[in-house]
Design a protein around this ligand. Structure first.
Ligand SMILES: [Zn+2]
Ligand SMILES: [Zn+2]
Length: 353
C-alpha cells in the first residue's frame, strides 16, 4: 500500500509500505477513503510546527471503510463505513486524570499523523473505540470534517457562552475560522468574519450562515458594525495569531479572546486590563469532553453544511498539487500565497488493490 511519509522538513514522499495487520485484539484496519489537509500537516512539512516524528505517515482528518477487525472487536465488521477519531488519550496519566485528555502525556507515539502512522495512506490501524459508524446519508467527504469541527466545539465549550446578543468576531476564513463561525451560530451568536486574503474572502461568502458579514480588515469591520474603530467587542476567535494585540485592546469588560493559531509568535498584553476589565485570554486545541462524537452528530443532523466548506478534492497521487493549493509548495520547498478561492482541501484515496 501507499503512505505519505514525513522524512524531514520539506521532505515528504508517497512510498510503498507493507499492508497493515491487526496487532491488538481491539484493532481495526480501515481503508482510508478521504483525508483532509490541515494546517498541522503544512506546519509539519514547513517546519513551522516541529512536532512530528520522522518516518511517520501524515494525515488525521479522515473517513474510510473497515477491511479487517481484531478478535475482540464487536461493533464493526468489514465493509462498515466509519469516521476516524485520530486523537488518543490513555485515561491514566495526570493530564487525563485532571480532565485534559487532549494533552494526554502518552500522546507521543500515539498521535495519528504526528507520531503514529496517520491517514494519508491506503490503510490506517485504528482502535475500535476511536471509530464512529458513518450514517448512509453522510458522505466520506463530510465525515472527514468531523475532526476539525470537533476542535472548534472544544474551543466554543471553553467560552462558556451565556448570552446570544454579544458582539463577536472570527478572524481568518480558513477551515477552522469557518467552523468556529458556524459553531458560534449554532449557539445563537452572530459573529462577523475578517479575512484579508482575497481568495479565502471570496470563498467564504457562499459558505457561511446566511446574513453573515465578511470584512477584509478588522478596523473596517468595527467601523461598519458599530460605527467606530474605538468600539468594544465581547468575543473574538483569532485563528491567525496576528491580531491578538489589536483585538485585546478592543475587548469590552468581560471580553474573551480565544486564540487557536499554532503560531510561533509573541504578543504584549496589559496585565492591569486583564484584572480591571475581567478579560479572558483562552487557548484551545484538539478534542475534549466527547466533542468528536458531538461534532459527528452535528454533521449527521445537517446542522452545519460542512460539504460547502470543501473547495477542492484531489487524487492521492496528486498530493503535491493539493498542498500547493493551500500554499505549501513541496517541490519548491517554499510557502506561497493562495491563488484560488479555497477552504478545505481533501485527498481522495483510491480503493485498495
Ligand atoms: Zn487537523
Ligand atoms: Zn493520558
Amino acid at each position: 500500500m501507499k503512505a505519505l511519509k514525513f522524512n524531514d522538513v520539506w521532505d515528504v514522499r508517497n512510498i510503498q509500505v507493507p499492508e497493515l495487520e491487526c496487532i491488538d485484539a481491539d484493532d481495526v484496519i480501515v481503508a482510508v477513503e478521504v483525508c483532509g489537509l490541515c494546517g498541522t500537516d503544512v506546519g509539519i512539512i514547513t517546519g513551522d510546527y516541529p512536532v512530528a516524528i520522522q518516518g511517520t505517515t501524515l494525515g488525521h482528518e479522515s473517513s474510510g471503510t473497515v477491511v479487517k477487525v481484531g478478535q475482540a472487536v464487536t461493533r464493526f465488521k468489514a465493509g462498515d463505513r466509519v469516521v476516524i477519531n485520530p486523537t488518543y488519550s490513555c485515561g491514566q496519566c495526570r493530564m487525563c486524570q485532571t480532565g485534559n485528555e487532549n494533552h494526554c502525556e502518552r500522546k507521543n507515539g500515539t498521535e495519528a499523523g504526528v507520531s503514529y502512522d496517520g491517514t494519508f495512506a491506503d490503510q490506517y490501524r485504528a482502535k475500535e473505540s476511536s471509530l464512529i459508524h458513518l450514517d448512509d446519508h453522510v458522505s466520506f467527504e463530510e465525515g472527514a470534517l468531523t475532526e476539525p469541527l470537533s476542535c472548534t466545539i472544544t474551543g466554543v465549550d471553553k467560552l462558556n457562552i451565556t448570552h446570544t446578543n454579544i458582539r463577536a468576531c472570527v478572524i481568518g476564513a480558513g477551515t477552522m475560522g469557518m467552523l468556529y463561525l458556524w459553531s458560534l451560530h449554532l449557539r445563537g451568536v452572530k459573529a462577523f468574519m475578517v479575512e484579508k486574503n482575497e481568495h479565502r474572502y471570496q470563498f467564504s461568502l457562499n459558505a457561511l450562515p446566511e446574513g453573515t458579514r465578511v470584512y477584509r480588515d478588522f478596523s473596517e469591520a468595527m467601523r461598519e458594525e458599530y460605527g467606530s474603530d474605538e468600539e468594544k467587542l465581547d468575543l473574538c476567535v483569532d485563528t491567525t495569531g496576528y491580531l491578538a494585540e489589536t483585538v485585546f485592546d478592543r475587548l469590552a469588560p468581560g471580553g474573551k479572546l480565544l486564540n487557536v493559531a499554532l503560531k510561533d509568535s509573541y504578543a504584549k498584553l496589559d496585565i492591569l486590563k486583564i484584572a480591571d476589565k475581567s478579560l479572558s485570554v483562552i487557548g484551545s486545541i484538539d478534542s475534549l469532553n466527547n466533542s468528536f462524537e458531538r461534532a459527528y452528530a452535528t454533521i449527521r443532523d445537517g446542522q452545519i453544511p460542512v460539504g460547502k466548506l470543501v473547495s477542492h478534492t484531489f487524487e492521492f497521487e496528486d498530493y503535491e498539487q493539493a498542498f500547493t493549493m493551500v500554499g505549501c509548495n513541496i517541490q519548491g520547498k517554499t510557502q506561497q500565497p493562495i491563488t484560488e478561492p479555497n477552504c478545505k482541501v481533501l485527498l481522495k484515496i483510491p480503493a485498495n488493490a
